[in-house]
Design a protein around this ligand. Structure first.
Ligand SMILES: [Zn+2]
Length: 142
């Protein structure tokens, strides 16, 4: 068992490594599974990016366990009406930042010698997620 599986097991989380198209990792809070991008994950010698991705995805599930931003993970969120887009975008960013704060604490306590990579990469999130799936149209930006 590698350290990632070991860490996940402590929280009852399954882990899978595959090639993901557009993310370092994803978390399924309902099946308690994180999926990590093979390309970015260093199993034998974890670097700061690996730690960031692994701990961030674990913390999505732990946050959900603590009832934090649960709407973010539900179908209601994914299929929310367009007139709710601004609200959705706000919740999404808050949820991601909350998750990242937890992840930072996790890295700090489990790997005190490692530096946490960064706060949640806001620009990445806007470019690859929010603006793609929940764009603000002209009607709404008025
Ligand atoms: Zn996230």
């Amino acid at each position: 068992m590698n350290w990632i599986e070991d860490l996940c097991k402590q929280f009852g989380i399954k882990v899978k490594l595959i090639n993901l198209k557009n993310a370092g990792g994803t978390a399924n809070v309902f099946s308690r599974e994180i999926i990590l991008n093979k390309k970015f994950i260093k199993i034998n010698n974890p670097d700061k990016y690996t730690l960031h991705i692994v701990c961030h995805e674990i913390c999505h599930i732990l946050g959900f366990d603590n009832n934090k931003y649960i709407n973010y993970y539900t179908k209601a969120y994914q299929s929310a009406p367009l007139n709710n887009v601004k609200h959705i975008r706000k919740i999404a960013l808050k949820a991601e930042r909350y998750t990242d704060k937890m992840a930072r604490k996790m890295v700090k306590s489990a790997y005190p010698d490692m530096v946490y990579y960064s706060i949640y990469p806001k620009k990445w999130f806007y470019d690859n997620w929010l603006n793609k799936y929940f764009p603000i149209n002209k009607r709404e930006s008025k």
